[in-house]
Design a protein around this ligand. Structure first.
Ligand SMILES: [Cu+2]
Length: 173
Protein backbone atom coordinates (compact mmCIF):
# COMPACT_ATOMS: atom_id res chain seq x y z
CA UNK A 1 0.00 0.00 0.00
CA UNK A 2 1.21 3.45 -0.82
CA UNK A 3 1.18 6.05 1.90
CA UNK A 4 -1.78 7.75 0.25
CA UNK A 5 -3.76 4.50 0.20
CA UNK A 6 -3.03 3.83 3.85
CA UNK A 7 -4.17 7.31 4.75
CA UNK A 8 -7.34 6.84 2.73
CA UNK A 9 -8.06 3.50 4.38
CA UNK A 10 -7.51 4.92 7.86
CA UNK A 11 -9.74 7.86 7.00
CA UNK A 12 -12.49 5.56 5.72
CA UNK A 13 -12.28 3.47 8.86
CA UNK A 14 -12.43 6.57 11.02
CA UNK A 15 -15.50 7.86 9.16
CA UNK A 16 -17.21 4.47 9.49
CA UNK A 17 -16.44 4.40 13.19
CA UNK A 18 -17.74 7.91 13.70
CA UNK A 19 -20.91 7.13 11.75
CA UNK A 20 -21.43 3.97 13.79
CA UNK A 21 -21.03 5.90 17.03
CA UNK A 22 -23.52 8.52 15.86
CA UNK A 23 -26.05 5.85 14.90
CA UNK A 24 -25.67 4.10 18.24
CA UNK A 25 -26.08 7.43 20.01
CA UNK A 26 -29.29 8.03 18.06
CA UNK A 27 -30.50 4.55 18.93
CA UNK A 28 -29.89 5.20 22.60
CA UNK A 29 -31.65 8.54 22.40
CA UNK A 30 -34.66 6.88 20.79
CA UNK A 31 -34.84 4.34 23.57
CA UNK A 32 -34.59 6.81 26.44
CA UNK A 33 -36.69 9.63 24.98
CA UNK A 34 -40.10 9.24 23.33
CA UNK A 35 -39.90 10.24 19.70
CA UNK A 36 -40.98 13.84 19.14
CA UNK A 37 -43.96 14.12 16.80
CA UNK A 38 -42.98 14.82 13.22
CA UNK A 39 -43.15 18.56 12.53
CA UNK A 40 -46.43 19.36 10.88
CA UNK A 41 -46.09 21.71 8.01
CA UNK A 42 -49.12 23.90 7.41
CA UNK A 43 -49.77 26.14 4.44
CA UNK A 44 -53.31 27.38 3.99
CA UNK A 45 -54.93 30.08 1.94
CA UNK A 46 -57.73 32.15 3.46
CA UNK A 47 -60.21 30.20 1.30
CA UNK A 48 -59.08 26.90 2.79
CA UNK A 49 -59.82 27.83 6.41
CA UNK A 50 -62.66 25.86 7.93
CA UNK A 51 -64.89 28.24 9.84
CA UNK A 52 -67.51 27.16 12.32
CA UNK A 53 -69.27 28.43 15.44
CA UNK A 54 -66.77 29.40 18.16
CA UNK A 55 -66.45 27.02 21.14
CA UNK A 56 -69.23 27.24 23.77
CA UNK A 57 -66.89 29.05 26.18
CA UNK A 58 -67.35 32.17 24.04
CA UNK A 59 -70.61 34.09 23.83
CA UNK A 60 -72.69 32.98 20.82
CA UNK A 61 -72.28 34.82 17.53
CA UNK A 62 -68.55 34.35 16.94
CA UNK A 63 -67.00 32.17 14.26
CA UNK A 64 -63.68 30.39 14.71
CA UNK A 65 -61.14 28.47 12.64
CA UNK A 66 -58.16 26.47 13.87
CA UNK A 67 -55.03 27.14 11.84
CA UNK A 68 -52.56 25.06 13.76
CA UNK A 69 -52.53 22.74 16.73
CA UNK A 70 -55.39 22.12 19.12
CA UNK A 71 -56.12 24.84 21.70
CA UNK A 72 -57.60 22.18 24.00
CA UNK A 73 -54.36 20.21 24.17
CA UNK A 74 -50.85 20.92 25.40
CA UNK A 75 -48.69 22.62 22.79
CA UNK A 76 -48.67 25.61 20.49
CA UNK A 77 -51.82 26.62 18.65
CA UNK A 78 -53.03 29.34 16.28
CA UNK A 79 -56.73 30.13 15.84
CA UNK A 80 -58.75 32.87 14.19
CA UNK A 81 -62.06 34.34 15.30
CA UNK A 82 -64.60 36.59 13.62
CA UNK A 83 -66.73 38.80 15.85
CA UNK A 84 -69.79 40.72 14.66
CA UNK A 85 -70.08 44.43 15.46
CA UNK A 86 -70.70 44.96 19.18
CA UNK A 87 -69.67 41.43 20.15
CA UNK A 88 -68.37 41.30 23.72
CA UNK A 89 -66.37 38.87 25.74
CA UNK A 90 -67.03 39.93 29.35
CA UNK A 91 -64.19 40.09 31.92
CA UNK A 92 -62.34 36.78 31.93
CA UNK A 93 -58.94 35.19 32.29
CA UNK A 94 -56.98 32.28 30.85
CA UNK A 95 -54.63 29.77 32.51
CA UNK A 96 -52.02 30.55 29.84
CA UNK A 97 -50.76 33.66 28.06
CA UNK A 98 -52.91 34.94 25.20
CA UNK A 99 -51.57 36.72 22.12
CA UNK A 100 -54.12 38.51 19.98
CA UNK A 101 -53.42 40.05 16.58
CA UNK A 102 -56.15 42.10 14.92
CA UNK A 103 -56.48 41.25 11.24
CA UNK A 104 -59.42 43.51 10.38
CA UNK A 105 -61.95 45.70 12.15
CA UNK A 106 -61.27 47.04 15.64
CA UNK A 107 -60.99 45.16 18.90
CA UNK A 108 -61.37 47.31 22.00
CA UNK A 109 -59.70 45.74 25.02
CA UNK A 110 -59.84 46.64 28.68
CA UNK A 111 -58.23 45.26 31.80
CA UNK A 112 -59.86 44.47 35.11
CA UNK A 113 -62.99 42.92 36.57
CA UNK A 114 -65.56 45.44 35.33
CA UNK A 115 -66.21 46.73 31.83
CA UNK A 116 -65.13 50.35 31.71
CA UNK A 117 -65.47 51.47 28.12
CA UNK A 118 -63.60 54.73 28.74
CA UNK A 119 -60.45 52.85 29.74
CA UNK A 120 -60.51 50.43 26.79
CA UNK A 121 -57.87 50.61 24.11
CA UNK A 122 -59.04 50.30 20.50
CA UNK A 123 -56.79 47.99 18.50
CA UNK A 124 -57.26 48.40 14.77
CA UNK A 125 -56.01 46.12 12.01
CA UNK A 126 -52.42 44.98 12.73
CA UNK A 127 -52.80 45.90 16.40
CA UNK A 128 -51.63 43.37 18.96
CA UNK A 129 -52.26 42.48 22.59
CA UNK A 130 -50.50 40.09 24.92
CA UNK A 131 -52.30 39.19 28.11
CA UNK A 132 -50.30 37.31 30.69
CA UNK A 133 -51.96 34.24 32.15
CA UNK A 134 -54.57 34.90 34.86
CA UNK A 135 -54.81 38.60 33.92
CA UNK A 136 -58.43 39.77 33.88
CA UNK A 137 -59.46 41.39 30.60
CA UNK A 138 -62.45 41.94 28.29
CA UNK A 139 -63.07 42.89 24.68
CA UNK A 140 -65.71 44.55 22.52
CA UNK A 141 -65.65 44.42 18.71
CA UNK A 142 -66.17 47.77 17.01
CA UNK A 143 -67.44 46.81 13.59
CA UNK A 144 -67.05 43.30 12.18
CA UNK A 145 -63.65 42.21 13.47
CA UNK A 146 -61.31 39.33 12.73
CA UNK A 147 -58.54 38.39 15.13
CA UNK A 148 -55.85 35.76 15.36
CA UNK A 149 -54.98 34.20 18.70
CA UNK A 150 -51.83 32.24 19.33
CA UNK A 151 -50.50 30.70 22.47
CA UNK A 152 -49.63 27.45 24.14
CA UNK A 153 -52.44 25.14 25.13
CA UNK A 154 -54.34 23.88 26.91
CA UNK A 155 -56.23 27.12 26.45
CA UNK A 156 -59.34 27.77 28.55
CA UNK A 157 -61.54 30.68 29.55
CA UNK A 158 -62.88 31.49 32.99
CA UNK A 159 -65.27 34.39 33.52
CA UNK A 160 -64.77 36.73 36.45
CA UNK A 161 -68.54 36.79 36.95
CA UNK A 162 -69.76 33.19 36.58
CA UNK A 163 -73.10 34.52 35.31
CA UNK A 164 -71.29 35.76 32.20
CA UNK A 165 -70.26 32.21 31.29
CA UNK A 166 -72.26 31.16 28.21
CA UNK A 167 -71.70 27.49 29.13
CA UNK A 168 -73.55 28.10 32.37
CA UNK A 169 -76.34 29.89 30.51
CA UNK A 170 -76.78 26.99 28.07
CA UNK A 171 -77.03 24.56 31.00
CA UNK A 172 -79.50 26.70 32.95
CA UNK A 173 -81.47 28.69 30.42
CU1 LIG B 1 -59.00 36.60 26.58
Amino acid sequence: MSKTRVTAAVLAAAVALAAGTALRAQGTARKTKPAAPAPKHVMVTADELKWGPAPPGLPPGAQAAILYGDPGKAGPFVVRAKFPDGYRVPPHWHPTDENVSVLSGTLAMGMGDKVDEASMKALGAHGFAHTTKLTHHYVIAKGATEIQIHGTGPFAITYVNPNDDPRKKSQNP
